[in-house]
Design a protein around this ligand. Structure first.
Ligand code: BTN
Length: 343
């Protein structure tokens, strides 16, 4: 049996007897026992005492459409939120809805994704209750060519939400990582459907580490950090509502004004602004330089040995660089000379 309805009935404060759970859900006691044993595979620890029943080892709060709508207030009308216990990927599910004519504002959030996807074909994992994972479908009267700065605007919306919640150490790393000084807090995966002239539809997928166990931290292939470590004590429904509220403000503005209107704000949130950085290229080489900002099309402006160059997100990846870089010095051996020059 599906363990989620059972888990939802458990508290971390008191034991719930097995027969009570079985009766409430119309299943046998054996099914309850079996389903709750499988909960450990979901990363949830359930304590069992023969005479008393079952209890959660840690508090677990659930995503809830009504609570998000309440927190959004008047802005709830922009969104049609559905929370799932388990789904393959909120991005994949919404992508499938685009062709059916699903409207702007359709939003899927999930407690767990079985095939969550990150950028560059990576997978994205989140533990039950500890991660915020959601996707938002949005339609634009713009062609896909005009959407190049969109992922940065979405990053800005997340950064503004986190700053508004008091998490001042949250920052952006081009193109759209959400980071803290000690590691990645979350990421954004944007997928597009449409043609060059428009209209277009996008699925905006956002994953944030609200809490991270030591086991999760070590399982990840890059330094990761959680909002809790930055001081976030709130729950995920409030966090989701705060991010959606920012998106409700910024997405229409992006449609009207393009990314140019956001450049200064984005750069103010960029952890590597005016800092030395290294750009890793798909051919294994790298370019060092000073990050000067972002262009109107969302490209990174890096002042390197060949002067100012603009780089598009595609396959390049940006790293902070400890050694300082002087634009006047020549290129180092083994570094690439590619890139697109500024016009
Ligand atoms: C990244 O690699 O940095 C982007 C991660 C994006 C993950 C989110 S979680 C919700 C949505 N559904 C997915 O399958 N991926 C995105």
């Amino acid at each position: 049996m599906n363990p989620y309805p059972l888990l939802r009935r458990l508290s971390h404060e008191h034991y719930t007897p097995g027969p009570q759970l079985a009766e409430a859900l119309g299943v046998s006691r054996a099914s309850v026992s079996l389903a709750l044993k499988s909960a450990s595979e979901l990363g949830v620890q359930v304590l069992v005492q023969k005479s008393r029943g079952y209890r959660l080892a840690q508090p677990l709060s659930w995503l809830d459409e009504t609570r998000v709508a309440q927190a959004l207030g008047e802005r709830a009308r922009y969104f049609d939120l559905h929370c799932f216990d388990e789904i393959d990927s909120t991005n994949s599910a919404l992508l499938a809805k685009i062709a059916d004519g699903a409207p702007s504002g359709l939003c899927y959030a999930a407690e767990r994704q079985t095939r969550g996807r990150g950028r560059r074909g990576r997978s994205w994992q989140g533990e039950l209750g500890d991660s915020l994972m959601f996707s938002l479908l949005w339609r634009f009267n713009l062609g896909v060519a005009d959407l190049s700065g969109l992922s940065l605007v979405v990053g800005l919306a997340v950064a503004r939400a986190l700053h508004g919640l008091g998490l001042k150490d949250a920052a952006l790393k081009w193109p759209n990582d959400i980071i803290a000084p000690s590691g990645k807090l979350g990421g954004i995966l944007i997928e597009l459907a449409g043609d060059a002239l428009g209209p277009s539809a996008v699925v905006i997928g956002i994953g944030l580490n609200v809490r991270l166990s030591d086991a999760q931290r070590t399982a990840l292939d890059q330094p990761a950090e959680s909002l809790a470590a930055l001081g976030y004590v709130g729950e995920r429904n409030a966090l989701l509502a705060t991010i959606l509220a920012e998106l409700a403000e910024l997405l229409p503005r992006f449609e009207q004004q393009g990314f140019t209107a956001f450049i200064a704000d984005w750069q103010a949130c960029h952890a590597l602004q005016n800092r030395p950085a290294r750009l890793l290229l798909p051919n294994g080489t790298s370019v060092d330089g000073l990050v000067r900002g972002v262009a109107a099309n969302g490209a990174l402006q890096l002042e390197g040995p060949d002067g100012m160059q603009e780089w598009h997100s595609g396959e390049v990846s940006l790293r902070a660089c400890s050694q300082s870089f002087h634009p006047s010095a020549g290129p180092e051996k083994g570094q690439a000379q590619g890139g697109r020059r500024r016009q």
